[in-house]
Design a protein around this ligand. Structure first.
Ligand code: ADP
Length: 629
């Protein structure tokens, strides 16, 4: 028989398990039970639609068998089992490869961390055993197979005899040493305590033969061994327990294990709702987005239980898209067990539950924003984009719901600010909410248009995410205050006198400005003087609804090439800048150079706005030509 090698990542994990100095080796039992429970769930699901499964809901069971003589511990389930290929695939490689980051596998401390925080599945069995055997017969298969491994050297798979569908995992428990006591894993009391500690909420019964000494009836002082079948777990799921009986660590480890996260959640929401909809919900807000969160592959949803029985793993209808980061469980008394997905979607009860869940999440987030600012900001850094997208999505259908949960970084202290905070601390003279877009705060700060806003003592919101401006455009206003992009052409902080003066200036140079516009052709819609530039000579602004930033975002979307959008641009020139005098002189005396200066100014404005040059080569030639003149 050929011995197969573990895949390299698995081999590392295996080495780590075998040589582990981890002090909580006992977690291996939790891992094996959790695998067995998953296997039972899978077959149970099948049984809902497939009569040939032939097991009723209450016959699914996990069994533990101890044999002190043979030093074996068995975890037995009548779940879905594994085929030969599945044994090879599932136990020869780490299922969730990529979850582990072996930066330095000699560093024990780091290893301990991985084991403790996350559990490492099946392989943890090697922390306590010399040899692990997995005999399995898959549902629908005629033959059974036996997987066997003594550790890092590899494993074998061969046919074996097994009548019933399911899996038997047999651990050959190591001999105790001076430092380590392995005998405890053969002790019925210890094992039953471990089951209660780690696997109490598992919804299938975990049974074990228990031998106790009982007084012999009628014979005082005499005892006899009585063996009985005991169910070790209470089967009460965590979310059904009383909140006061649950420690924060219980929630955290439940979350990490069930939702495969290395980190504790930043918020746990545990509620019981009665009334129109009766349900328990245990919801978690993760600290960081899962690696696939912002991809198409990510599937939102909550686990849906009916009276403690899982009926759907990811019920998407329970969460609005903008709260898709929430993980957790809803357990309702009101839903039928055998309800199909199609029917469920239209179920009035489910809709009611979803509404309540949404309201609950929202109010928890509001509370967090109010009372735990730092935590909220951490949350917002992870999932703020999703909320902003939610405000924009569906033509702003949910904007009222979400507007108070949004944060933007502002120029005031370079910190997050909510729209409420912004408007509440606005000076009286200010009557709009100002923002500017760009890749980074630093790049926005050098936009000439931001200078006058800041000089007036007004706060500027930095919009650095693609979705930001779309969200604000959709909101339209907050508390009666409009949002204004300082790069829009109608942004103007000038007073009446200044405006009048500017108008005159524009009129008196009309011919020159028209000549500039003609030179730039369709690149811009207009060229004009402006008073909003402080010490800068030029800037580009946009007219109408589409800003330069929106143009960039929209055109970067898939399929945008055919229907490319274009912002309508205006080249604005600082009438008090020396460059204006120079232009005026050239306009009179040297049209050719005047035209070149015009193009150069436009290029400068493009560069400053972050739009980039239309034609870098032409620009470079132009600069060199003027340099050598
Ligand atoms: P996971 O975190 O995915 O459970 P494990 O290493 O514990 O990772 O197990 C790997 C895979 O092996 C599981 O995902 C499952 O498909 C399969 N498996 C493990 N134990 C059993 C079992 N008792 N019955 C059926 N399949 C199992």
């Amino acid at each position: 028989m050929r011995t197969k090698q573990f895949k390299s990542e698995s081999k590392k994990l295996m080495d780590m398990m075998i040589n582990s100095i981890y002090t909580h080796k006992e977690i291996f039992l939790r891992e094996l039970i959790s695998n067995a429970s998953d296997a039972l769930d899978k077959l149970y699901f099948k049984s809902l639609t497939d009569n040939s499964v032939g097991i009723s809901a209450d016959e699914f069971v996990i069994r533990i068998e101890l044999d002190k003589e043979a030093r074996t511990l068995k975890v037995i389930d009548n779940g879905c089992g594994m085929t030969e290929e599945e044994l090879d695939k599932n136990l020869g490689t780490i299922a969730k490869s990529g979850s582990f980051n072996f930066k330095n596998d000699n560093e024990k401390a780091e290893n301990v961390d991985i084991i403790g925080q996350f559990g490492v599945g099946f392989y943890s069995a090697f922390m306590v055993s010399d040899e692990v055997t997995v005999e399995s017969k898959a549902f629908g298969s005629d033959s059974a197979f036996c997987w066997k491994s003594k550790g890092a050297d590899g494993y074998t798979i061969e046919p074996c005899d097994k009548d019933t569908v399911g899996t038997v995992v047999t651990l050959k428990i190591r001999e105790s040493t001076d430092d380590e006591n392995y005998d405890e894993f053969l002790d019925q009391y210890r094992i039953s305590a471990l089951v209660r500690k780690y696997s109490d909420y598992i919804r299938h019964p975990i049974k074990m033969q228990f031998t106790t000494k009982k007084p012999v009836e009628g014979k005082e002082g005499e005892f006899e061994d009585v063996t009985e079948d005991r169910t070790l777990n209470s089967m009460i799921p965590l979310w059904k327990k009383d909140k006061k009986d649950i420690k924060p660590e219980d929630y955290n480890s439940f979350y990490r294990e069930k939702f495969y996260d290395f980190n504790d959640p930043i918020k746990v929401i545990h509620t019981k709702t009665e009334g129109q909809a009766t349900f328990n919900a245990l919801l978690f807000i993760p600290e960081k987005p899962p690696f696939d969160y912002y991809t198409k592959e990510f599937e939102k949803g909550l686990q849906l239980y009916s009276r403690g029985v899982l009926i759907m793993d990811k019920c998407a209808d329970l969460l609005p898209d903008y709260f898709s980061f929430v993980k957790g469980i809803v357990d309702s008394e009101d839903l039928s067990l055998n309800i199909s997905r199609e029917v469920l979607q239209h179920d009035a009860q489910l809709k009611l539950i979803a509404k309540t869940v949404e309201r609950k999440i929202k109010s928890e987030l509001e509370k967090m924003l109010k009372n735990e600012r730092e935590t909220y900001e951490k949350f917002f850094n992870s999932f703020g984009v999703q909320l902003k997208f939610g405000a924009y999505d569906g033509y702003g259908a949910n904007k009222e719901n979400l507007k108070d949960l949004l944060l933007f970084v502002s120029s005031r202290e370079n910190k997050f600010v909510s729209l409420k905070e912004y408007t509440e601390r606005m000076p009286e003279s200010q009557n709009a909410i100002y923002y500017a877009c760009g890749e980074t705060r630093e790049k926005i700060d050098v936009l000439p248009q931001t200078e006058t806003v800041k000089a007036k003592g007004y706060e500027l919101l930095y919009l650095t995410d693609n979705v930001d401006e779309f969200a604000l455009k959709m909101l339209g206003e907050y508390d009666g205050k409009k949002f204004i992009n300082v790069c829009d052409n109608d942004f103007d902080l000038a007073d009446e006198d200044e405006k009048k003066e500017l108008k005159e200036q524009n009129e008196s140079s009309k011919d020159m400005l028209t000549a500039m516009k003609d030179e730039l052709k369709e690149k811009v819609n207009e060229v004009r003087f402006t008073g909003k530039l402080g010490s800068h000579p030029v800037c580009l602004t946009s007219e109408g609804g589409i800003s330069l930033e929106m143009e960039k975002v929209l055109n970067s979307m898939p399929g945008a090439k055919e229907n490319a959008v274009k912002a309508t641009l205006v080249l604005e020139i600082n009438g008090t800048h020396p460059v204006t005098e120079r232009l005026k002189t050239l306009y009179k005396n040297d049209k050719d150079t005047f035209n070149k200066y015009t193009r150069l100014l436009y290029d400068e404005a493009c560069l400053i706005s972050g739009k980039g040059l239309d034609n870098a080569l032409e620009h470079s030639n132009l600069v060199c030509e003027l340099m050598t003149k």
